[in-house]
Design a binder for this molecule. Sequence first.
Ligand code: XBP
Ligand code: MG
Length: 261
Amino acid sequence: MAELQAIIFDVDGTLADTERDGHRPAFNAAFQDAGLDWHWSVELYGELLRVTGGKERIKEYLSRYLPDFTPPKPLDDFVRDLHRRKTERYVAMMQEGRIPLRDGVMRLLREAREAGIRLAIATTTTPENVTALLSSAPEPDLADWFEVIAAGDVVPAKKPAPDIFVLALQQLALPPSACVAVEDSDNGVRSALGAGLDALLVTESSYTAGQDFSGAALVVDRLGEPGAPAKALQGELGGASVVDLGVLRRLHGRIYGAGDR
Ligand code: XBP
Ligand code: MG
């Protein structure tokens, strides 16, 4: 009988819908800064998102769309420098508060924190991006609410590999059975399930709607707020109109046989 002790959140698409109007324009701005005439449209970016990680995504773009491109320096150095510029552009955009947290995120974080549930992050994105996003939130010290921020290149393999969730669990010093994970993408679902996080909630995001979330315990369109209810797309909300801590405790209890069913 395991009690719910922590929630591990993905960031991009889950805490905020950052990809289309945050990461994508930051890549395009970096390309422009570097004098490259590349442009990633909303549609093209949707295809490139199959590959997680910004540096990996740039390499995927080159091999698929510009196989004859000759970088002005060794490829890894070129991609690293271009991506560094992209991170600068992205952080500046987040500091302007360009992307808000998704509906219900602050509500759920506050409720969990007040109940003594530990908070963690497991994301593929660069750590600076996470702190910049959280710093723009209505709660000024939000980044400090997260006991663990596992992010970016600190693990050998990015999602869909389980490594980043495994690292977050190690840093929390908890087994998967003490946690609920929250994701928005099929790559994230594979990563979380691979780490043994079976109490898995998916909140679909703009680029991930309709993906295959097999294995997730509950899939909703949003966490929801009063007046903007969550809709269950897979699994049951059990009569709740938003995803709150009670919903997460019941979900966890159904998987691990503890808590309020
Ligand atoms: C997020 C990513 C990241 C971001 C860009 O995936 O794949 O690459 O798109 O961030 P997830 P960087 O939500 O599954 O963690 O450019 O810093 O990699
Ligand atoms: Mg995501």
